[in-house]
Design a protein around this ligand. Structure first.
Ligand SMILES: Cc1cc2nc3c(=O)[nH]c(=O)nc-3n(C[C@H](O)[C@H](O)[C@H](O)COP(=O)(O)OP(=O)(O)OC[C@H]3O[C@@H](n4cnc5c(N)ncnc54)[C@H](O)[C@@H]3O)c2cc1C
Length: 277
């Protein structure tokens, strides 16, 4: 199907883009990999698309102390290929291989994925895992406050995400990222990302995020607490299964998703522990 008719603007400054978004039913166009399919399916019919790809300086990966700042227009593939990402945040590098197919990773942007807010997308879970801050044209939003529900964010209609700020991880932080999809390149049926810090072979800080089992990505705090209380990885994985309430859909039943989260949590924690050790 073809999209309904729309006006198109490609401003070259953020100020002009924000002004254009004050038009009723205007929408930002980034890589178009989610927005255009939704228009083609007639799920969305914006009257004006404001293409932000001509605005300079929105695509970059910059070291910032121990952390990183990544521009919202940075393509998934640029993150995948970045040496500094691989060295500082190997979990981001590993997760990129699961984002769609190469052709889509070449066009799709981090900002687009975060603002679209698909519950099964990798980026929303990754920014939660890494305690990122999302800088917009109006303010800076902690990742934990960004989502209100599936495809629903805290952004105002005329607000543009411009940068994602990742604080540095403690030296020696181990990580794991495990995903199950029907076919390579499909959205996740479920995925689990984890980080672990160890001291004297004991977990001092654990973060676990589940993707695809809830309307938004979810920190599994009960499972995290079990591991810092020195209970086994198996028990933490059991707790993870109890902490979620997934829906059944066309792709998987709720029971299957719950089982999957248990298996993926165990694998992600085991990998994170090994890397931390
Ligand atoms: C076949 C297929 C498979 C896919 N599989 C996966 C997958 O496995 N995992 C995954 O994560 N993604 C997947 N995607 C989606 C892909 O990752 C897209 O890149 C991403 O969802 C949207 O990025 P985009 O830059 O194309 O955004 P667009 O489609 O241009 O925009 C998406 C939404 O975000 C808004 N927006 C975009 N940028 C900004 C901004 N800077 N500020 C404010 N609002 C903004 C737009 O208005 C729109 O509402 C898949 C897509 C396809 C077509």
């Amino acid at each position: 199907m073809k999209p309904p008719a729309f006006e198109y603007l490609a401003p070259v400054s953020l100020e002009a883009a924000v002004a254009a978004l004050s038009n009723e039913d205007a929408k930002v166009l980034a890589g178009g990999q989610s927005l255009v399919p939704m228009m083609n399916f007639r799920l969305l019919a914006p009257s004006l698309l404001v293409d932000i790809s001509r605005i300079p300086d929105l695509a970059y990966i910059t070291e910032d102390g121990d952390g990183l700042r990544i521009g919202a227009m940075t393509r998934h593939h640029a993150v995948e290929m970045s040496d500094v990402v691989r060295q500082r945040f190997p979990v981001l590098h590993a997760a990129m291989a699961h984002v769609a197919h190469l052709a889509i990773r070449n066009r799709g942007t981090i900002g687009g994925s975060l603002c679209h807010g698909d519950p099964a997308a990798e980026w929303p879970g990754l920014v939660l895992l890494l305690n990122a801050q999302l800088k917009t044209t109006k303010r800076t939003i902690p990742a934990g406050d960004f989502y209100h529900g599936a495809l629903a964010t805290d952004l105002a209609d005329d607000e543009i995400l411009i940068e994602i700020q990742f604080p540095g991880l403690a030296p020696g932080t181990g990580w794991g990222f495990e995903e199950m999809a029907r076919r390579s390149g499909d959205f996740a049926l479920a995925a689990v990302a984890a980080t672990i810090c160890l001291s004297d072979d004991r977990a001092t800080e654990v973060r676990i995020v589940v993707i695809g089992a809830h309307a938004t990505p979810l920190r599994l705090t009960a499972a995290e607490g079990l591991l810092t209380d020195h209970v086994s990885i198996g028990a933490a994985a059991d707790a993870a299964m109890q902490e979620i309430s997934p829906d059944s859909d066309l792709h998987a039943s709720a029971d299957y998703r719950r089982h999957l989260v248990g298996v993926l949590t165990k694998r992600a924690l085991a990998a994170a522990w090994k890397r931390a050790a």
